[in-house]
Design a protein around this ligand. Sequence first.
Ligand SMILES: NC(=O)c1ccc[n+]([C@@H]2O[C@H](COP(=O)([O-])OP(=O)(O)OC[C@H]3O[C@@H](n4cnc5c(N)ncnc54)[C@H](O)[C@@H]3O)[C@@H](O)[C@H]2O)c1
Length: 314
Amino acid sequence: MKNVLVTGACGQLGSELSLVLEKMTGTENLVISDICRPPAHLSHLQFLMLDILDEQAVKQVIEEHSINVIFHLAAMLSATGEHRPRQAWTLNMEGLINVLDAARTHKVDKVFWPSSIAAFGSHTQLDKTPQHTIMDPETIYGISKLSGELWCKYYVDRFAIDVRSIRFPGLISYKSPPGGGTTDYAVAIFHQALKGEDFECFLGENTRLPMMYMPDAVEAIFKLMQAPKESISVRSYNLAAFSVTPGELTLAIQKHFPHFSTRYNPDFRDLIAKTWPSTIDDSVARNDWGWQPQYELSEVVNDMVTNLRMTIDD
Ligand SMILES: NC(=O)c1ccc[n+]([C@@H]2O[C@H](COP(=O)([O-])OP(=O)(O)OC[C@H]3O[C@@H](n4cnc5c(N)ncnc54)[C@H](O)[C@@H]3O)[C@@H](O)[C@H]2O)c1
């Protein structure tokens, strides 16, 4: 990777990915961008205000900085998207097409774009969801992810752009807050426990979803981007680490905070979650580029609690 651009870099995934990218590319070869100011821990990086919907501005940045690789992360997530479906569609689709088209015209080497388990739907086999299966998403976010996967494949087939993608499960992290998704509860629950308060969960106690710890997600992106072209057999890979229900996560947190408890008050996000896989078959990613997660639930809980405690103590 020579000159790298990250869009949506101030979000939950971008703010962590950017710091790891910096180690690989050097600070001078990394340009991060967003429509909001970067958090303090990214303030030493080259930052540009870049609205991904501004097609000309996207092309100009790629040209001026001789960008070879793009990590396109700017998006509107599932729960927020249900409140603003037109804007979610525009941002998620037009933004992606702007990036793909700029990559084509400026001969960018590689593009990474995250898809999501939201691309599946209620007729999908929700247990051990296979790589190739029925996909009938019911949220505008999921519709935009499935359509985005098809756009990426189209650009690969038609214009030979090397676009690579992962269908991420819910991401758990302590460094940056989540951005309005259906799996956000799995981060918020830790913050409540650390404050010594009980948690009100917007999912039902037994709603099982696949999750992944942020270091594994970042590692997966690098592994995929570094894999030789010949080993890539699909464009949007299923990926799994562990699956958990709010009830099980509460029990795991109670090992650290015995008095912690969760009340369940499921809302529309529980209905969304019930159309998403509970477990994922990621054997294609394992076979193609050696995917292997490092963090199971208990390790994630230990690490989250340790790191959030340090953040509070600081
Ligand atoms: N976080 C997860 O659990 C998860 C799971 C699966 C897939 N993903 C995908 O990963 C990507 C990043 O997700 P995230 O969790 O970091 O999201 P986030 O909401 O935390 O961050 C998105 C960023 O995009 C920026 N943005 C919004 N509109 C923009 C615009 N017009 N131009 C430029 N930037 C704009 C926002 O300011 C924000 O910083 C998304 O494509 C998301 O769908 C995330």
